[in-house]
Design a protein around this ligand. Structure first.
Ligand code: ZN
Length: 89
């Protein structure tokens, strides 16, 4: 019934060690998020600061991002009258 097992101390030491081990690993994994660019990587337009704050590591301006996200959205919206006109002439 003696609670003085040498192992008790060893176990808690191990636990503490694994906790600080874990902490060290977490800190090592905390890679720096890429710096936000002040200007778009595609068109070099300035990226608004609130966009850079909201999206750490942002590389594209809103327009270029939207183009990448929904390149197909432009379809159907194009007014084709121009080609009709040229046909009539
Ligand atoms: Zn852009």
């Amino acid at each position: 019934m003696a609670g003085g097992w040498a192992r008790d101390g060893a176990v808690s030491e191990q636990i503490e060690a694994s906790i600080s081990d874990e902490l060290a690993r977490m800190q090592a994994q905390k890679r720096p998020v890429g710096e936000s660019l002040t200007h778009c990587a595609e068109c070099e337009e300035p990226i608004p600061e609130n966009r850079r704050t909201a999206l750490p590591g942002v590389k594209l301006c809103l327009e270029c991002q939207q183009e990448r996200d929904g390149a197909h959205k432009m379809r159907g919206g194009i007014n084709r009258r121009g080609s009709k006109d040229s046909q009539l002439r």
